[in-house]
Write a protein that binds this ligand. Sequence first.
Ligand code: NAP
Length: 249
Amino acid sequence: MTTSLAEQTALITGASRGIGKAIAEKLAAKGAQVAIASTSMEGAAKTAAEIQERFGVKAIGYAANVADAAAADQLVAAVLHDFGRLDILVNNAGITRDNLLVRMSEQDWDAVIGVNLKGAFNCMKAAAKAMMKARFGRIVNIASVVGLTGNAGQANYAAAKAGLIGLSKTVAKELASRNVTVNVVAPGYVETDMTAALPEAARAALLPLIPLGRTAQPEEIAGAVAFLAGPEAAYITGQVLCVDGGMAM
Ligand code: NAP
């Protein structure tokens, strides 16, 4: 059984920036080879080149819209071709299209469900065969605390993240006999491009809801992902780990 991250290949979706980039850096720092995917080839290739230079591991960027099943299949096939193996899959790609229920368009509902929920389904389905054959796999899905609590203005996003938790537990049960674990990290409020778009008043209103009294940096989410992808979490599957400063306790 492979146990060291240094022998492994990790595919991280949405890794050109933000939390995904921090996850790729953390896994690379532990010696893993990393496949960096985002819709923008330029962003993915830039991050991969930076990681290769900084950590001395093989890193390749890929352009793929995970909401598209054929693109997810091609992404996984390309990673298997380029690295010869796929041990860790982190489904991190995500978008927001916030609005109140009565104002939310069908397009915004479909877009968020498409990337945040169907994207993870597409990538897990594409990766499962190789992991089952290898009798080894570590899948970590990035949900959100709002998938547990709900959040006004985020019907699409909260539904996608709650769905992702149910999907993860189901796949955890289906793949456990092949030594493939599936776990979820549910971040709270993390400083990235996604949250930078929030108006100052909304940011200020959030702080009192965080018991630890501060927002998180992407690296703090990456640490939990590296744990769940690593050898010390070999007996953990189907779990949701909130990394949220205490928001959802
Ligand atoms: P971000 O800074 O907006 O980055 C999102 C990443 O996903 C980018 O690399 C983006 O690259 C990629 N992406 C977007 N759509 C994609 C698609 N269809 N296919 C492939 N890649 C795609 O977001 P973040 O804050 O780091 O969030 C990362 C994950 O954490 C998301 O799932 C998010 O829901 C979750 N999360 C974030 C927070 C937070 O406070 N920031 C809290 C809880 C959960 P391109 O634009 O080039 O495609």
